[in-house]
Design a binder for this molecule. Structure first.
Ligand SMILES: [Zn+2]
Length: 146
């Protein structure tokens, strides 16, 4: 577990997403009227305006569409370098989810189109409470490649 505090912004719409991460599940809102996946979580469907949804478990896989490597710490406590990747989920091709990278801190080995799977990291939030964040990692060798 990292000693670094991570901001966790849990609200009415995202609470279940954060709780699912603690169970090592990647949950997505699914519109019960049109089937559209909603991420980030929100009260209203962007496609049909429905206020109804249910939580479904994502396959937790996708492909890298972009990434950034930070070399200058945004706060004195930040450990650099670190990499954040943007992943297009296999569940729905217009849902993109950012997350930390469980590969080399400098992003070496990343490539557009690299197939990845979700991983989880226990952290401490800004209130000193245990929380979990997602971190993408290569799916090669996991037995889950597509
Ligand atoms: Zn909808």
């Amino acid at each position: 577990m990292s000693d670094q505090q991570v901001p966790v912004l849990m609200d009415r719409d995202s609470r279940e997403w954060w709780l699912a991460l603690r169970r090592h599940e990647l949950a997505l809102q699914t519109c019960t009227d049109c089937g559209r996946l909603r991420w980030p979580s929100r009260a209203i469907c962007n496609d049909c305006g429905s206020l109804e949804w249910r939580w479904t478990e994502s396959r937790g896989t996708g492909t890298v569409v972009s990434w950034t490597v930070t070399h200058r710490p945004p706060s004195p406590q930040a450990l650099v370098p670190y990499t954040v990747v943007l992943v297009r989920l296999d569940d729905q091709d217009d849902v993109f989810m950012p997350g930390g990278w469980n590969g080399p801190a400098d992003g070496e080995g990343l490539a557009i189109g690299l197939h990845v799977r979700v991983g989880y990291q226990a952290v401490v939030d800004q209130h000193g409470e245990d929380a979990t964040i997602l971190r993408w990692e290569p799916s090669v060798g996991s037995g889950e490649e597509i």
